[in-house]
Design a protein around this ligand. Structure first.
Ligand code: ADP
Length: 308
């Protein structure tokens, strides 16, 4: 378990992480989601004892990471900025880490196989592609078979097959009862991987809930109705206290599910050409939630081209 309590980190005037509190439970994948610059990496670095908090505390399995005698066996981590010796081979890099953490050497071959790097194990890591580097980073994280795994943007640089592989791996690690924290700036990625979500923006927690709760709370839905008697339909539904917007023969109804809307209209003999439940995408929900916390947002194309 990872317990983050009131964690704060400032760099000069800049507040990178601002009183963040959340718990990462074992046996499930917790997605750590936020736009670039939200404070994900800084928080993860503090969890791993690589950065000193300005205020607050972090414990991993009840104690501070730096107190652990064999860190790689306690917490496995892939961080965005990898510190690799470019002249070393992948195998030597892993061997050196195994020896210094008293991990049996046979584990080196196991993790090389697990991440699909066996064939290139004796090549220098300086020549590795971004994706191969990510795989090696994940091999390092898993080397000590740690109960807690922290992966910062693990799918960066991976091809679709690699992305699927990371997703499956994260799920397997959680199923084995491990504590898994995975960061991403992509909601679509989290939707497929995470059971639980911690969303941050500008260093603050914006949401901390299960994936289904996030969907129920933030992904708004409405019922789209098309009927030749739209004006009548609008009056009828409004009469039942529903929120209705009409454009031509189309109604956009909020406050009731599709079956309920269909029954109200059908009960008055209104012919329906369409009755559809429309859910806004999770990506939209995430964008709305974090809209005020995006640090460097690009102008939308239509805004950029607009003349004022
Ligand atoms: P994320 O991982 O969510 O993209 P980071 O944790 O990397 O976000 O960064 C959070 C904020 O802190 C950003 O504004 C970033 O520029 C700033 N920051 C991160 N590290 C440093 C540092 N070493 N010195 C100054 N500012 C930093």
């Amino acid at each position: 378990m990872i317990a983050v309590r009131g964690l704060t980190k400032t760099y000069g005037q800049k507040v990178a992480v601002d009183g963040v509190t959340f718990t990462v439970e074992p046996g499930r994948v917790t997605g750590f989601l936020g736009p670039n610059g939200a404070g994900k990496s800084t928080t993860m670095r503090m969890i791993l004892g690589l950065d000193r908090p300005t205020a607050g505390s972090v414990t991993v399995n009840g104690h501070r990471y730096t107190d652990a005698p064999a860190p790689l066996r306690e917490v496995g981590a892939l961080l965005e900025a990898r510190a690799l010796h470019p002249g070393r081979t992948a195998r030597n890099h892993l061997r050196w880490l195994a020896v210094s953490n008293r991990i049996p050497e046979r584990r080196v071959d196991e993790v090389l196989d697990l991440v699909g790097l066996t064939e290139v194990a004796d090549q220098r890591v300086g020549k590795f592609s971004l994706g191969m580097g990510q795989r090696l980073g994940i091999a390092v994280a898993l080397l000590g078979e740690p109960p807690v795994v922290v992966l910062d943007e693990p799918v960066n640089g991976l091809d679709p097959e690699g992305i699927r592989w990371v997703r499956t791996l994260a799920r397997q690690l959680a199923e084995q009862g491990r504590t898994v924290l995975v960061s991403s700036h992509l909601m679509s990625e989290m939707a497929l991987t995470a059971d639980h979500l911690v969303v941050i923006g500008r260093g603050r927690v914006l949401a901390d809930c299960s994936m289904p709760e996030f969907i129920a709370e933030h992904a708004a839905s409405h019922v789209r109705v098309r009927t030749p008697r739209a004006a009548e339909g609008e009056t009828l539904l409004r009469g039942h206290g529903l929120d209705v917007a009409r454009t031509g023969d189309e109604l956009r109804v909020q406050g009731l599910d599709a079956a309920g809307v269909g029954e109200l209209l059908g009960g008055q003999g209104l012919l329906l050409h369409e009755l559809t439940l429309v859910r806004s995408s999770l990506e939209d929900a995430f964008m709305t939630l974090t809209a005020d916390s995006v640090e460097y947002s690009a102008a939308m194309p239509q805004e950029a081209g607009a003349t004022r």
